[in-house]
Design a protein around this ligand. Structure first.
Ligand code: AMP
Ligand code: MG
Length: 484
């Protein structure tokens, strides 16, 4: 097979303490078939599959045939799930290795749904075809929105049943991320490892993700700061586009600040900070508007794992960490208002703009405005049929806003800023479900069509300016699931 030259797999993770992983081969599947392959991503990774047949690709991306240089492992980690500490680890994912690209970037190549591992607990190690196609769509959508995320290289159907309700066909996703190191990985070492291992691991993470911190006097503190900044930037992005991750447990929070572990995630349609789609999130812990508080909470867990490395005296370490964590609300608030200002075409935010932004969101909530469509309508100076456009209070708000943006200069440049911030096309829940339903019966056309639109999300898709609509009542019934 002539793909053998292009794989350039390294295994730096295996230089770490062997408590951190288990050597684990993928479990072969009976009839792998290629469903989707991401050629552009393959190119970025320096992988050349030109002339390689689909059935050969299916063999590789199902784990039946290992790529040249693969040394598969499953990674160990722990995490706080809905607030409670649990030992976890990759229960259904196998890391083939780290692909080093021609331009020197390093990416984990992982097969998700590749069979049981020592961390499977009572799970079957498999994933449904529908759930991996969902992750493919959502992660690629996030990438094209310009948001840090793991990516999806391939989806293979396994030809085997997985026992869910109802019984479904299995799928395997090839997932690409700058690493799969999580807050939960630090929790695992802090809980079960020696202090020396924790220190070695922290140094590895700094080397891999934050090399500018090497040789800093208090590396642990610097790492906390860096991860905090990355995480704030990420959640600001999520709130910019209405993304709800759905299960922000500490094991699903990447140290590199990428969106990972797409499970019950969804995009919000009608603006409401209390929006939740995940069937298991009954208390709204991971609701749209709560994500920032949870990120703060998760970071405090992260800080806790680093305490022994921050100062010898525990009280002193706690004081250092607390001082840093206390900066979080103000830092987030500044970045969030700056982002919201940009959504409204305001580059040079003034203090009084906060009131303008807050008022708009209050009106959007009150009049049940579609989050995406409202901003895209403002961007293109359109009036939509939605209730909010008929409300006098909104018309008054618009006047205030128009007076404000005059101060920002030419409309063209204001509009350009808005176009860059406000997507016109997002992965609407009903479209995602339609695409997945068709795909599982073998019809990939709706999936491909949706993916294409999601690959250019800031573009108005049609000449006559029609925005995306949502079937009435759909969201009220809509539920998403994890662990499928
Ligand atoms: P997730 O909700 O996907 O983040 O998964 C939480 C934990 O459960 C992780 O350790 C997963 O690897 C594990 N897990 C989820 N589904 C399965 C499965 N079908 N078999 C084994 N482990 C699983
Ligand atoms: Mg997870």
């Amino acid at each position: 097979m002539n793909d053998r030259q292009s794989w350039n797999l390294q295994h730096t993770y295996k230089t770490l303490s062997d408590n951190l992983y288990s050597v684990q081969q993928p479990t072969p599947v009976s009839k792998p078939q290629l469903v989707r392959f991401n050629k552009l991503l393959a190119q970025e990774l320096g992988l050349d599959f030109l002339g390689v047949q689909d059935d050969q690709l299916a063999s590789v991306f199902s784990g039946n045939v290992l790529p040249n240089g693969a040394e598969p492992i499953a990674q160990a980690y722990a995490g706080h799930q809905f607030g409670y500490f649990t030992m976890l680890g990759d229960g259904r994912a196998v890391l083939l290795g780290e692909q080093v690209t021609p331009d020197g970037k390093r990416y984990d190549i992982q097969l998700k749904g590749a069979g049981q591992t020592p961390y499977s607990r009572r799970g079957d190690g498999r994933a449904t075809l529908s759930s991996v196609l969902r992750e493919y769509l959502m992660s690629e959508a996030m990438h094209y929105l310009g948001i840090p995320t793991s990516r999806s290289l391939a989806v293979v159907r396994t030809g085997e049943q997985v026992y869910r309700r109802p019984i479904q066909e299995g799928g395997i996703l090839t997932r690409v991320a700058s690493s799969h190191i999580r807050v939960g990985t630090f929790e695992y070492i802090r809980q079960y490892g020696k202090q020396e291992e924790l220190k070695q691991f922290m140094e590895y993470v700094i080397q891999r993700h934050y090399p500018n911190l090497i040789n800093m006097p208090n590396a642990a503190l610097e790492l906390l700061k860096a991860v905090m900044h990355q995480q704030i930037d990420l959640i600001v992005h999520w709130t910019r586009v209405g993304f709800i991750h759905g299960v922000m447990n500490t094991d699903n929070m990447s140290i590199a600040g990428e969106t990972i572990d797409y499970g019950p995630c969804a995009f919000m349609n009608t603006y409401n900070p209390a929006t939740v789609f995940s069937s298991i999130d009954t208390n709204g812990r991971y609701a749209f508007g709560n994500q920032i508080r949870i990120a703060h909470w998760n970071l405090s867990v992260f800080a806790g794992t680093l305490l022994p490395l921050m100062a010898e005296d525990e009280e002193k370490a706690i004081a250092i960490a607390r001082r840093e964590l206390d900066r979080f609300p103000a830092l987030f608030s500044a970045k969030w208002y700056a982002m919201m200002g940009q959504k409204l075409g305001i580059q040079s935010l003034k203090e009084e703009d906060a009131a303008l932004i807050d008022e708009l969101l209050d009106l959007m909530k009150k009049h049940k405005a579609d989050f995406t469509n409202l901003f895209i309508a403002l961007t293109h100076q359109e009036v939509l049929g939605e209730d909010i456009f008929k409300a006098d209070e909104f018309k008054q708000w618009q006047l205030k806003w128009q007076q404000r943006i005059i101060q920002e200069g030419e409309w063209e440049s204001v509009q350009q800023l808005m176009k860059n911030q406000n997507p016109a096309f997002i992965a609407r829940n009903h479209l995602v479900e339609e695409a997945l339903e068709a795909a599982t019966t073998g019809d990939m056309a709706p999936f491909e069509k949706l993916l294409e639109a999601l690959s250019d999300p800031y573009k108005i898709q049609n000449a006559d300016f029609t925005v995306q609509s949502v079937p009435i009542g759909f969201d009220q019934q809509y539920q998403t699931f994890c662990g499928t």
